[in-house]
Ligand binder design. Sequence first.
Ligand code: GAP
Length: 506
Amino acid sequence: MESKEKSRSEKIMDIVTKRGFIYPSSEIYGSKAGFWTYGSLGTKIKHKWENLWKSYFLSLNTNFYEIDDCSIMPKKVFESSGHLKNFTDPLTECEKCHFRFRADQLIEDELKIDVAGLKEDALTKLIRDNKLKCPKCKGNLIDVRFFNMMFDIKVGATGDDIMYLRPESAQSPYLAFKREFEATRRKLPLGLAVIGRVFRNEISPRQGFFRLREFIQAELQIFFDPEKINEHQNWNEVKDYSLIVFSDKKTRKLTCKEMKDKLKFPKFYIYHMAKVQQFYLDILKIPEKIFRFRELGPDERAFYNKIHFDVELNLETLGGFKEVAGCHYRTDHDLGGHQLGSGEKLEVTLDEEGKVKKFIPHVLELSFGTDRNIWALLDTFYKEEKERNLFTFPNNLTPLDVVVFPLVNKENIPEFAEKVFLELFKEGFTIFYDDSGSIGRRYRRQDEIGTKFCITVDFDSLKDNTVTVRDRDSMKQIRIKSGELKLKLNSLIKENKELSTFGNYI
Ligand code: GAP
């Protein structure tokens, strides 16, 4: 029987589960869709992504900080934020097998049309008019209704106290705003970032590692004076920078100035779009051709947003452009809601050159899903060559910078290799020691992990203290004195130098 060629997504999934990037959570008990474990390598790449995110976005302004918070919050928080009322997805169910589906996704998959923003009745009508059936058993589908995605939990011994798992990290900075505004000496804009776990009871988590029920968000909430939305102190830095924007079914490049003059978006918002795009293109090295901003119209936007552009990347494993982040102008929706719900004054009083102003700050939110971004990196940097599969991650994102191999496990070679390994380990490289299998197999393994440099200790090392260093992408090698490794690897990795800078290829 002919075996079916695996899809790109299946091939990547095979590699990353086998090599310890990610795998289903609670796997030995049979896992549930939408819950994943980051393995040893996955945790390394996740930390690298998160550290890049933090150092980039927190350095945009000296008044931007990181906070950390609980994931379980009182019901009142989500009454005030609007999530208990509005955080819903359309649900339908098969009358026969009782499988539940997200109605909009089911219709989009079957009819290949865009149904974003349609209400229950319109979705039900599409199901009826097109005689759509259960994709699993062909049973009839019930009328569409909206389903709230919040997870509730019972807290305390009596079980009377119902609390909720946060569905977005954003609420933490809103709740902390009053204290942080005082503690950081009453200045706007104030940025509060959180990287943390959030929880959504997704109706049908699918697409492997892309739509999860427990996932991580990296979000920056920027509190600002709404009267200053048309200014930004660093505007000149970005005014001629071109944003890649998808609108009216085509992708265009528009300078920040054009976004302001022609499309009338505010400077404060556009400046941060530019910074988000630069994060993707310059820091993560995402190719320009797979990046775009897509504006969401009033029917598609989250209930709290006034201006909403998603960042979308064209991911082959998912069949097109998919959302990985968003720039959200949330106005005073959240602080206003919490002021009303809690009775605490969240407005600020500022004295600006004798003019006293009292107002509720507005919020611009830069919101990223860590997990989706990790999958996007796996998809973007996965390559298949004749004899090997590899990840060509940029140096700042490789799970392992270096791996050390003893050529054979005898004649003082392992002792030499361990010494090299420990010295580099202490220097802070992300590093691994691999002494099993043939050298060829070890190289293939490291290519599949995306390790940038492989160091081999061989018989010549014992004679002249040199080791071979092999570059992942070119597979070329040079010899370097073991005592010079620290310095030269630092320069190769941090400054992206070519291997040939330090010697002739062998
Ligand atoms: N605080 C705003 C907010 O939560 P969102 O568009 O619902 O906005 C932000 O989510 C980001 O979180 C998305 O761009 C995406 O990267 C990620 N995300 C959302 N739902 C997700 C899910 N079910 N699984 C994985 N990531 C998700």
